[in-house]
Design a protein around this ligand. Sequence first.
Ligand code: ADP
Ligand code: ZN
Length: 719
Amino acid sequence: MTIRRVAVLLPYPFDRAFDYAVPAGMELVPGAIVTVPLGKRMMPGAVWDDVPDETLPDRRLKPVAGMCDAPALPATLRRFVDWVAQYTMAPRGEVLALALKSNLLQRPPESFGWAAGTPGDRRMTASRGRVLAALAELDRPDTVALAQAAGVSAGVVRAMADAGFLVPARRGAATPAPDPDHAAPNLSPEQAEAATVLRNSVAARRFGVTLLEGVTGSGKTEVYLEAVAEALRQDRQALVLLPEIALSAQFTTRFAARFGAAPTLWHSGLTPSVRRANFHAVARGASRLVVGARSALFLPFADLGVVVVDEEHESAYKQEDGVAYHARDMAVVRARLADAAAILASATPSLESAVNADSGRYAHITLAARHGGAALPAIAAIDLRAFPPPRGKFLSPVLTDALAATLAGGGQAMLFLNRRGYAPLTLCRACGHRITCPNCTAWLVAHRAPAGLLCHHCGHTEALPETCPSCGAAESMAPIGPGVERIAEEAAELFPDMRRIVMASDAIASPDDAAAAARAIVDREVDLIIGTQMIAKGWHFPDLALVGVVDADLGLSGGDLRAAERSAQLLHQVAGRAGRAGVPGRVLLQSFAPDHPVMRTLIDGDLAQFRRAEAALRAPGHWPPFGRLAALIVSAADSGIADTAASALARAAPPPDEALVLGPAPAPFALLRGRHRRRLLLRTPRNVAVQPILRAWLERADVPRAARVDIDIDPVSFL
Ligand code: ADP
Ligand code: ZN
């Protein structure tokens, strides 16, 4: 007698699926989520498409233990998991873990709340009256919410339930569906044309990628929401990816205003119960519009019609830990597997996407004008060699004069410095000793609020020492260089009467904080905004007239492949915050190299020219996007083992006619979170896949077991 068998993929770092017997009476479809025994443990898993091994004797097979009360993972998601795994070279189970967290599996409890009943005991009191009044305003509130709204104790509510004033009732079918025609905007002719192209790409129900390039404030969001509306009209689902969860607040409000219903959110900041409810709503198809971080790609969409990647050039889309995937690239794959449209939106497209658009692989539409006739900001450099800041300060008199003029005229201004904390370095004035992290190759960053020294890589903290740990000199430790907190201090001395806000992840830790900060800025409760890259993107601050970039040279020093590109994109985005509505915008870049190509690009506003120059630099050597890169990061707790492992890899490296291998070299962070790290880089021409070469290489190499080798395909960070 043959028994029915299924292959089950487990959300743990196994590449293979395990075979199980299907108990009589159990009906399992592909993708069904089940619990199975592995060793002595029970774990969740998903029925996968692999063919079970029929040669295995029956007695060797354990049976599936049970079915979870969760919808089966759709075929498009299963194929996506397989695809991401083979591309990133991560075990398939580890990729599945991005989609299937065991805490998501229980179907969310139906939620009940109180509705008005017909009481037997009709004794009315003032507090009971308040409860009934509050009840009329709320949708089936629970006991706590109702008591709070009425200003009574929970006991009053319970007593009213006992008396029949309140009866339990199921809450309405979660959220109302977004309505594609709720508040459609009046598009400009340029926007309307772009929207038509995007709508058609969704209506075609076929895979295709469109690069939506539009200057900051041109209405890219309004335009891609028309593509989302089209997907909703077709009864399909839409996914909008955002690079930074902090932005989701302003976006959620905007999306809700456009469609008359809030989108479903997906990011790491949600509570477990909200995550679970959202997961099930997406799987059932009940949730039609999801706005999320990169992990939203792994949601079990029932019928995905469009994927939008907003700010597609953002390096935050690259996941560095665990499965190292680039969400922009994987969004394109996700769309292809779902026969959906993909839209990549940016004011400063990545060279990757621009090259794909130029070659015709992607459709390309541009929005050249800001909405409502607003002009692009005027950008100029301040040569710090000619106009240096006063001693011990960081703002040039040219910038402080401009700030003074703007603020005196009632305008809003912003200072941008992409550095958290007070000072990036603390140094002993007597002996030159620099305070570094014990676990990382990094200086400890001085913070003032709260005060202390902090490692931005491993989280190590210590108090500022009173005497130098090296030479023992007293009161000799000095902060060197500025972070945003120090710029805020300088601004406070210069403009004591102006209302300031610091926007950095230390001060603005949640989307709610970010929303409150944005509201305060828009409502003009703030005159001067001081922030890190958190203030660069997406925000719409209509009254912002002046942006000062404290250190425009900062991003250029990294020296990696994309340092110039990334710096140009970031500064362009920052500059794009200025002058978005009525007020004309002005941007001043403090720089020691005002003639650097990046500064020239920004001042001339000619990003296409910059991209051509970058392409000319990268193409001859097959650097991305004209070739493929993979990084091998060797790490070990012991530096000798890290070296042994790195040389073992070097000895087994593929021959030069197959691929170029660079390294091994100590990683820029040679010590990170207590591990010693070495890096190797593999480069091939664009038409040669790196994965088979890497696989063979790793098989040949005799790497000590105590060392770990992490693979990063298409690396973005070279640290
Ligand atoms: P981008 O994403 O290109 O920076 P946005 O979509 O944020 O631009 O648009 C900038 C501002 O202009 C937003 O406040 C947006 O609501 C507004 N806007 C753009 N297009 C329109 C339009 N057609 N009608 C009304 N408001 C618009
Ligand atoms: Zn550290």
